[in-house]
Design a protein around this ligand. Structure first.
Ligand code: AMP
Ligand code: FE
Ligand code: FE
Ligand code: ZN
Length: 274
């Protein structure tokens, strides 16, 4: 069993890197990809532990990008230690982290303007390495302003909601190209969430530097998986797959098996490595 999409406390997961490695071992994962939002710090922390445990750990990252004005998540894999491009890439994700911190300040002000009693300290206390909208969502639930995380997004935090404030996010093409320059594979995360029709935008995404599709994901039905597999093959793209494990932040998703029926073919890792 393999899982190439997971989050730790370095972004919006609730498992520390050490606990995630333990969980991977417990369920018998052969390969684990850590794909925190905008940071490698969870991966870096997990690496020596994974080595000691004999777990194959893949360096990954998940970036929020803009495509035609909408948010699209892009995964980066196997960014290469030996390439000078990785140093430049790390500097660049430092800027992305800064843009989230700056956005968070405006987000607190906006929520207060809407009459909510929230502070940065309270939101930050719910995040680990970085504070993001999921931590604000948890705060709004805990304060009783909404009844669950989804309602927090629907009512306040989603792109279309009244509390939304913009953040400097890279264009899809820039993010894909930067992953490529760092020697990595750029994979379209959970294509089911794309607003546009994938088949129509795929030629453009490939021109922009896309090299893979996350065909296997907890949110994909068998029919959708089939479709993404066909499109990946048609466009000669690599195939990636993962549960998008977030620990208790998304308790219905299990590492390795997603909602229980996720089966990610192990051989796609060899093809990614090649
Ligand atoms: P941020 O990068 O801080 O703006 O937070 C983005 C994260 O919030 C995404 O990676 C998702 O996990 C989560 N998110 C964004 N929009 C929604 C939504 N409508 N419903 C649930 N979660 C969302
Ligand atoms: Fe997330
Ligand atoms: Fe995502
Ligand atoms: Zn994710």
């Amino acid at each position: 069993m393999i899982d190439l999409h997971s989050h730790t406390t370095a972004s919006d997961g609730t498992f520390s890197p050490a606990k995630l490695v333990e969980e991977a071992q417990r369920i018998g994962l052969r390969t684990l990809g850590i794909t925190d939002h905008d940071t490698f710090s969870g991966y870096d922390e997990a690496l020596p532990l994974a080595r000691a445990a004999g777990l194959d750990l893949v360096r990954g990252i998940e970036l929020s990008t803009k495509l035609n004005g909408h948010s699209v998540h892009l995964l980066g894999y196997f960014l290469n230690e030996q390439r000078p491009g990785l140093v430049e890439f790390k500097k660049w994700i430092g800027d992305l982290q800064e843009s989230r911190r700056e956005r968070n300040i405006r987000l607190v002000a906006r929520l207060q303007e809407l009459g909510l009693d929230v502070t940065m300290e309270e939101a930050a206390a719910r995040g680990g390495g970085m504070t993001g909208r999921p931590h604000f969502a948890r705060l709004l639930v805990e304060k009783g302003y909404v009844s669950n995380m989804q309602q927090a997004f629907d009512d306040y935090l989603d792109e279309s909601a009244k509390g939304y404030v913009t953040r400097r996010e890279p264009q899809f093409a820039e993010a894909a190209q930067r992953i490529g320059q760092a020697g990595g594979i750029a994979s379209l995360a959970h294509p089911i969430r794309l607003r546009e029709d994938l088949a129509s935008v795929l030629p453009k995404l490939c021109t922009d530097g896309l090299t893979a599709i996350e065909v296997y994901h907890s949110d994909h039905s068998p029919a959708q998986t089939e479709l993404y597999l066909r499109l990946a093959n048609e466009h000669r793209l690599l195939i990636t797959g993962g549960s998008d494990f977030h620990g208790a932040a998304k308790p219905e998703i299990l590492l390795g098996t997603g909602r229980g029926n996720l089966r990610i073919p192990e051989d796609l890792v060899q093809r990614m490595r090649a």
